[in-house]
Design a protein around this ligand. Structure first.
Ligand SMILES: *Cc1c(COP(=O)(O)O)cnc(C)c1O
Length: 378
């Protein structure tokens, strides 16, 4: 039997263990420490922007972004519907109400027209504007940030960018995660780099970054005894995990290049297959890291559903994944308002994520390609 090909796995660069050993040698086995400082500074260098705060998860980063913007009970927050639940759940952590918005077909991300309709309609219904907007750069593809930012500015609503999947992606030559008021990254095990688990929040200035650090370490005031004016969280990254992140930063560019190469092989090969379309950058303004390569199936030309293909590939020891089921189609968010049409629903029905790990060999990518061709022709 062939070895199993997974969707997206971690790939170590080589120096990660040295950073961890250093933490052991210095007995820095705690949240915070020199590896955390170094990891933050490496991220800042990569992004060309300061005020990066390393946290325990991408979800924690989104959550603290909303905390910083003062989102609370009675507020509404607009969120892209076509995403992973972690984009939206922090809205509920704050006792606020999510308002979901459809995607547009080019980037699969937040549709600016649906966004503006949602803002206007929420104002008409509640007399208040939503408190924040959460666009997502899904699968690494940058959202249409100029249009989204223009609408956000028009109504003075701040943006928390969910860039969890988009480290290294660029929009008009600017880094995803630095295009809104706050930007969140994830370093979970399956993301483009990993700290085994972790995240980061990109903050607008030094003052807000230091406030985020304060919230992330239990909101302890500067007094000799433990004294709290506000509710805090235990969200800082551990010095051990950050050591993995320091090593991973040395191979981030390699990981991005390799994922783009894998996407190119899929694109070139599926161009010859009628009924399969690989998602592409819509124009030169967009430069996805192609964290995951994704395909859409034309149901008039291919009889099998994405799920049937997924099951057959699984038999061949290849892991694929259906696209995210939109949040407005989730039982837990049934009662949340939704604006837009059926773009996200259609994507969910027709799409599939392909194995995209940076450690995949060309041979393995061709094995995936040939297996898909075989499965759809049966
Ligand atoms: C992974 C992910 C998150 C959450 O990140 P964690 O580090 O797993 O908490 C949020 N949003 C999106 C789109 C993600 O893919």
């Amino acid at each position: 039997m062939n070895n199993r090909i997974l969707l997206s796995v971690a790939e170590m660069g080589g120096t990660e263990q040295e950073w961890i050993e250093k933490a052991f040698k210095d007995n820095w086995i705690v949240p915070l420490g020199p590896n955390v400082d170094e990891f933050e500074s490496r991220l800042e260098h990569f992004l060309g922007k300061g005020n990066v705060v390393a946290l325990s998860a991408g979800t924690a980063a989104i959550h603290l972004g909303l905390v910083m913007l003062g989102v609370g009970i009675g507020d509404e927050v607009i969120c892209q519907s076509f995403t992973f639940a972690a984009s939206a759940n922090p809205i509920k952590y704050q006792g606020a109400t999510p308002v979901f918005v459809d995607s547009e077909p080019e980037t699969w991300n937040m549709d600016p027209t649906a966004l503006e309709n949602a803002i206007i309609d929420r104002f008409n219904k509640t007399g208040k504007y939503p408190k924040a907007i959460i666009p997502v750069h899904l699968y690494g593809m940058p959202a249409k940030m100029d249009e989204i930012n223009a609408i956000a500015n028009k109504y003075s609503i701040p943006i928390v960018e969910d860039a969890a999947e988009a480290l290294g992606s660029e929009y008009k030559n600017r880094n995803c995660g630095t295009l809104g008021d706050y930007g969140a990254f994830s370093f979970n095990g399956n993301k483009i780099i990993t700290t085994s688990g972790g995240g980061a929040l990109i903050c607008p200035n030094e003052e807000s970054a230091s406030r985020v650090k304060f919230y992330a370490t239990q909101a302890r005031e500067n007094k000799p005894y433990y004294y709290h004016n506000v509710i805090g969280y235990n969200y800082r990254l551990s010095n051990i995990s950050a050591g993995i992140g320091c090593g991973q930063m040395e191979v981030l560019n390699h990981h991005i290049n390799r994922r783009r190469e894998i996407h190119k092989i899929y694109s070139d090969e599926f161009a010859k297959v009628d009924g399969i379309e690989v998602q592409q950058n819509p124009s030169n303004d967009f430069n996805s890291n192609f964290w995951l390569s994704t395909i859409l199936l034309d149901c008039n030309k291919i009889e099998k559903s994405p799920n049937e293909i997924r099951e057959s590939l699984n038999q061949l020891n290849i892991e694929t994944r259906l696209l995210w089921r939109p949040m407005h189609m989730q039982p837990v968010y049934e009662s949340a308002p939704y604006y837009g049409g059926n773009i996200a629903e259609k994507l969910f029905e027709r799409g599939l994520c392909l194995p995209s790990s940076s450690c995949l060999t060309d041979e393995e990518v061709y094995r995936v390609l040939n297996s898909i061709k075989q499965v759809i022709s049966k």
